[in-house]
Write a protein that binds this ligand. Structure first.
Ligand SMILES: Nc1ncnc2c1ncn2[C@@H]1O[C@H](COP(=O)(O)OP(=O)(O)OP(=O)(O)O)[C@@H](O)[C@H]1O
Length: 692
């Protein structure tokens, strides 16, 4: 039983604590071991304060009570920030040889797990962890958890699962059943990369135990996965497709699936989206098949956007009303949670919502660049040259990823791709390259949007406005993780304005996103290079196409044992054309490479004022000047230099404004003069000054 405890608000020792509740019926034996262990680990630490009352123990109150989403929505992110939980940036403490694990002391964690936490230097639980772990470990409750991206949700389900398995193993040892290797836990994720990452994360936590964790995902050799399953791993982390395939093949270890003790569904909102994972439904039916096990299984449901709700456009509400003749309203956050709980057959879960329905970290700087579709290449290239760093660029389609990879590669940028048409091996190889190079650029579809935890991604660029708000939150959440700084830049073209407005409304933005400052005077040089790269791409594509059609004719002739006359092999015009195209491409490549040898941004350039009188090509040989994008944006905000393209008052009307309802100024002009691109990003005032 947990009961609220009155906090003296003037007691400084309780600073940062939101509230306290006490448990009066806990098992004292369980608590004694880890306390001793944490004292042992931390020889210098003072005594852990124990409650005076012998059978009472206090803990930070979980931020939310069952099925009550409203109260938690009132807590501001700054109050819940990492300073109250794990302070990741506190290197002084984290780099000390001995790790003080006092903050974990209110949890009866098994010693091997504490040891692993110490080796990972996880000094304190994060807020989502401290809000869910007591209920999960002590109360064995099902958890529905929503918290910002990069806040440590994996551990919030990983720790209780590992702890529970260790407990069960001790019990089965004492009962003399130690040779059986049951399947205890199933963890499901929407993407293969995420499944592998979760597996690695859990393996680090389980490294002082004998718990085996196996991954089952598509795209990789099934034989190896079968071999690992035959060893009886206690935990299986999987994507639904391959898992169902192996279940259907009656894999022996997976036949225990209806008897598992723990089920975790990461990124649950995505997993349960209609039509996305048909196999998941079948898996859930199997998992719920054994009526004896129902209620014994502990369920974990986590996502940054678990409680993100959409306001349906009025015309849809009206249409539905007319069709079904009933009043249909927008789904509330608690109704959404209710639906998820029902879909997973979860009763009476502990609900912890720290996301305020948004799921964005406070350390994330958001901004946008408004431009025409064809200018997106210029701004993307400008950004990555001017602000080097590990950058993730998201596109809405595979075709767009491919094109951008080609253009940026021609421009000598260090780029790799990630999308579902690549072989899984290539996907993993590219991801490794991205992780291994501080200046690498990953261009990806939404397959990389959720869950990927790659350290030090500094920038996320949305080359195209994402189709859903969830996508925006998760894509952006690849940066600014674990209290680190990061920036997300949304490129919005006129045709994407309605999507952008919807996104702002769903995320409850009270202001238009500020414009990212661009030094216009370098855009001519940028344009020159990008245009050349585009031309080369077109020429090389044509050459490739004509080569492949000739190749096809040749092959067909060979198969039929026909010798092709030289003239027949190719239309002479085409032959000349292809040759000329090849030559033109080679010349342009040389030209581009010569240009690329010169830096665009001169070292002497302060970045504060536009140097309109200087010709960028003249300044090129002075060396590159790079700037930190977060600082640039922050300075612009502080100096009030940011402009909004859309009048905020109108942006947040309850109806979606028509295009003539909003002040698109430069935006619409650009749309009407697509052939004559016009750069106007936050520097309009500066341009005017220059003219004067
Ligand atoms: N208690 C802790 N102390 C320090 N670091 C931690 C702690 N818990 C987790 N981390 C680290 O924080 C990072 C983010 O964790 P994780 O990937 O679980 O976030 P998440 O909330 O699942 O994010 P997303 O919503 O994007 O999936 C990881 O690098 C993880 O190792």
């Amino acid at each position: 039983m947990w009961k609220p405890v009155h906090i003296n608000e003037f007691d400084k020792s309780l600073e940062g604590l939101i509230s306290i509740e006490e448990c009066s019926d806990y098992n004292e034996d369980l608590l004694s071991k880890p306390l001793k262990f944490s004292l042992l680990l931390n020889k210098q630490s003072k005594h852990i304060k124990k409650n005076k009352s012998k059978n009472k123990k206090t803990r930070a109150k979980p931020l939310h009570e069952r099925n009550d989403t409203k109260s938690i929505l009132d807590i501001s992110p700054s109050k819940q920030g990492f300073t109250n939980g794990a302070n990741f940036t506190n290197n002084q403490i984290l780099h000390e040889e001995e790790v003080n694990l006092e903050a974990w002391a209110n949890l009866p964690l098994q010693q091997p797990l504490l040891k692993a936490l110490a080796s990972l230097k996880f000094q304190k639980p994060t807020i989502i962890q401290s809000s869910t772990l007591p209920a999960a470990i002590l109360g064995k409750r099902d958890i529905l958890g929503a918290a910002e991206t990069g806040s440590g949700k994996t551990l919030a389900f990983g720790l209780p699962i590992l702890h529970g398995i260790l407990e069960s193993k001790v019990k089965s040892l004492s009962n003399g059943n130690d040779d059986k290797r049951p399947l205890y836990a199933l963890i499901l994720t929407p993407t293969r990369e995420l499944a592998m990452q979760v597996t690695q994360h859990l393996k680090k936590l389980a490294k002082y135990t004998d718990i085996k964790i196996s991954v089952v995902v598509g795209g990789l050799a099934v034989e190896k996965q079968l071999r690992l399953l035959s060893k009886g791993p206690e935990i299986v982390v999987a994507t639904p497709g391959r898992l169902w395939e192996l279940i259907e093949e009656n894999n022996e270890h997976l036949t225990q699936i209806n008897d598992i003790k723990y089920l975790a569904i990461d990124e649950t909102d995505r997993m349960l989206e209609k039509g996305h994972f048909q196999e998941l439904q079948k898996i859930l039916e199997m998992v719920n098949d054994d009526s004896n096990n129902k209620g014994k299984r502990q369920n974990f449901v986590f996502s940054a956007t678990l409680t993100l709700v959409h306001e349906l456009p009025k015309y849809i509400l009206m249409k539905r009303k007319m069709k079904f003749n009933s009043r249909i309203t927008n789904l509330t956050a608690s109704q959404k949670l209710q639906k998820i709980a029902e879909a997973l057959n979860i009763k009476n879960p502990k609900v912890v919502d720290l996301s305020q329905g948004k799921g964005m970290p406070t350390t994330l700087t958001e901004c946008k660049i408004t431009c025409t579709a064809q200018e997106k290449d210029y701004y993307t290239y400008y950004f990555i040259v001017k602000h080097p760093g590990r950058t993730l660029i998201f596109c809405n389609s595979i075709g767009c990823v491919r094109r951008l990879v080609t253009i940026l590669s021609l421009l000598n940028c260090n780029v790799v791709a990630l999308h579902s048409s690549l072989h899984q091996r290539q996907r993993l190889k590219n991801l490794d390259k991205f992780k291994g190079n501080d200046n690498c650029i990953l261009i990806a579809t939404d397959v990389a949007a959720r869950g990927l935890d790659i350290s030090n991604i500094q920038h996320v660029i949305h080359y195209q406005t994402p189709r859903t708000s969830e996508s925006y939150v998760h894509r952006s959440g690849r940066t600014a993780r674990a209290s680190n700084e990061g920036i997300t830049v949304l490129l919005v073209e006129p045709d994407e304005i309605q999507q952008y407005l919807r996104l702002c409304r769903t995320l409850g933005k009270t202001e238009d996103l500020p414009l990212f400052p661009i030094q216009e005077n370098y855009l001519d040089a940028v344009k020159k290079r990008v245009n050349l790269a585009r031309e080369i791409d077109k020429l090389e594509f044509k050459v490739k196409k004509s080569n492949s059609s000739t190749g096809w004719l040749q092959k067909a002739a060979e198969e039929m044992d026909i010798i092709l006359d030289d003239d027949l092999q190719k239309d002479p015009d085409e032959y000349d054309d292809s040759n000329n195209q090849k030559k033109a491409a080679t010349v342009k490549r040389k030209l581009l490479n010569a240009l690329l040898e010169k830096p665009i941004f001169p070292r002497s350039f302060s970045g504060k004022y536009p140097l309109s009188f200087e010709d960028p090509e003249v300044l090129l040989n002075q060396g590159a000047r790079e700037e930190n994008a977060v600082e640039v944006m922050r300075n612009a905000i502080e100096n009030n230099a940011v402009k909004h393209t859309i009048k905020t008052k109108r942006l947040f009307k309850s109806k979606i404004p028509k295009s003539d309802d909003i002040n698109l100024n430069s935006f619409l002009k650009q749309k009407n003069s697509k052939s004559k691109p016009n750069f106007k990003n936050g520097n309009n005032r500066k341009r005017k000054n220059r003219k004067r």
